[in-house]
Design a protein around this ligand. Structure first.
Ligand SMILES: Cc1ncc(COP(=O)(O)O)c(C=O)c1O
Length: 436
């Protein structure tokens, strides 16, 4: 790397994640720095980060308090592991986290959302085994679900392109249908119809026997599958069926956690309480990788009846509770609290909704979806699936707005520190881009 120009020496050594590398290299978008809701490219182009990194920079970029906390921690305790030994900051981070989630007294720390999901699925399987119900092995996911890219998360995920290269995965899964219904196009927030799709779980229970099912996992608002909020009553019905059959409900809050819906967690916004939930991303404002699984006391306590000198869960990562991540997490939670970041999201959610839905008549728009400070504008297909989305992504980038194309949907999840004026600027760019 040439530090003067920030131009890399070659583009070949790095195998980029989820990237069409030949397309990327034909016109590399190279980011040099970031501040607040903006990126600056190496050639001086300023872009609004309309996706908050990848749904993760909830407090905006390069927040000075978070930067300072990471720097100070690196100079004090760079690393210590947590296998049969501890360091204070890991415990402090965990108790700050559980304070945000009444009813969830415990959190297992990981390094990413994918690890959080796999951890939650393993906890669910091991929980039933600890309770003498080792026959509960089936994990239920949903079409279009994204739960990361590790084997467990892929197995319950429902995006064919992500699974297709990898074969059988975890063998004991079933999937419900997704809830993205054409008749709900352009609903504001939660669509009114579609709760009956939760009856797919009743069907799976009928087919497999409720006593064989360990857990059901869903994103409260589907994200990477296209951004769609749950139909009114849908999550409630899943909760009811899980309760009736002793099945654990896992909400994957990797995107929706830490204020995206205007509350700390989406479960609080929707009023549906899971048994476990996963987080990552906004947990450290994306500054240092970290994820986690929150559990109720009921789940945790099932693990405390074994031999005292044996691990109660044979699972953990070298970097579970990494000191730098813990310092970043605590500073991030301080910023969220002191700067009213969740409250800002709650206040601006209606402004965000109005801005998006004002674009309903723009050319080629066939659906608009929103929840909290999340949104997607779906375009009519033009050529192959994804061509229209990619073309609009390139156009908007050049105009100064970064969005994430998911097929032909333009997904957005800007930092929650944005203002009403920023929403106006995003709306203006979208409108000009779509009408161009
Ligand atoms: C709902 C959900 N779960 C899990 C993940 C995986 O997180 P990570 O990329 O940190 O592994 C993501 C990533 O976007 C996600 O949206």
């Amino acid at each position: 790397m040439n530090e003067q120009t920030q131009i890399p020496n070659d583009l070949d050594s790095l195998w980029m994640p989820f990237t069409a590398s030949r397309w990327f290299k034909s016109n590399p978008r190279m980011i040099g720095s970031a501040e607040g809701i903006h990126y600056q490219t190496v050639d001086g182009h300023q872009v609004i980060d309309g996706t908050g990194g990848l749904w993760c920079c909830n407090a905006g970029h390069n927040h000075p308090r978070i930067v300072a906390a990471i720097q100070a921690q690196a100079a004090t305790l760079d690393f210590a592991h947590c296998f049969n030994q501890g360091h204070a900051i890991a415990f402090q981070a965990a108790s700050r986290l559980t304070e945000l989630a009444p009813g969830f007294d415990h959190v297992f720390l990981t390094n990413s959302g994918s690890e959080a999901v796999d951890t939650a699925l393993k906890i669910a399987l091991a929980y039933h085994a600890a309770n003498g119900e080792g026959q509960r092995r089936l994990l239920v996911g949903r079409q279009k679900a994204y739960h990361g890219i590790n084997f467990g998360g892929l197995s319950v995920g429902g995006i064919g392109l992500n699974r297709g290269q990898f074969g059988t995965l975890y063998p004991s899964t079933a999937h419900m249908r997704h809830t993205l219904l054409p008749e709900n196009a352009c609903s504001r927030g939660q669509p009114e119809t579609g709760a009956d799709l939760a009856e797919d779980l009743a069907g799976i229970i009928e087919t497999h026997g409720g006593h064989t099912i360990a857990a059901v996992i869903v994103e409260p608002v589907a994200g990477a599958g296209g951004v769609f909020p749950p139909p009114v009553g849908y999550l409630e019905r899943l909760r009811e069926l899980c309760d009736q059959h002793g099945i654990l409900l896992i909400l994957d809050e990797v995107i929706t956690g830490f204020g995206r819906m205007g509350t700390a967690f989406a479960s609080q916004h929707f009023g549906v309480t899971p048994d476990l939930f996963t987080v990552a991303k906004g947990l450290t404002n994306a500054t240092v990788p970290m994820g986690g699984v929150f559990t109720t006391a009921k789940v945790r306590e099932a693990f405390l009846n074994g031999p005292e000198k044996m691990p109660d869960l044979f699972h953990g990562y070298t970097y579970s509770g990494h000191p730098l991540a813990c310092a970043a997490a605590i500073a991030t939670l301080d910023v969220y609290r002191d700067e009213g970041v969740f409250e800002n999201a709650a206040k601006l959610a209606p402004v965000w909704e109005d801005m998006l839905h004002a674009l309903a008549d723009a050319p080629r728009v066939i659906d608009i979806r929103n929840a909290g400070i999340l949104g997607a504008i779906q375009l009519e297909q033009d050529g192959a699936v994804g061509d229209a989305g990619r073309a609009m992504y390139e156009k908007l980038w050049d105009m100064g707005l970064s969005i994430r194309p998911i097929g032909d949907s333009l997904a957005m999840s800007p930092p929650l520190t944005l203002s009403a004026d920023d929403i106006g600027r995003i709306g203006d760019l979208l409108s000009r881009g779509l009408n161009a």
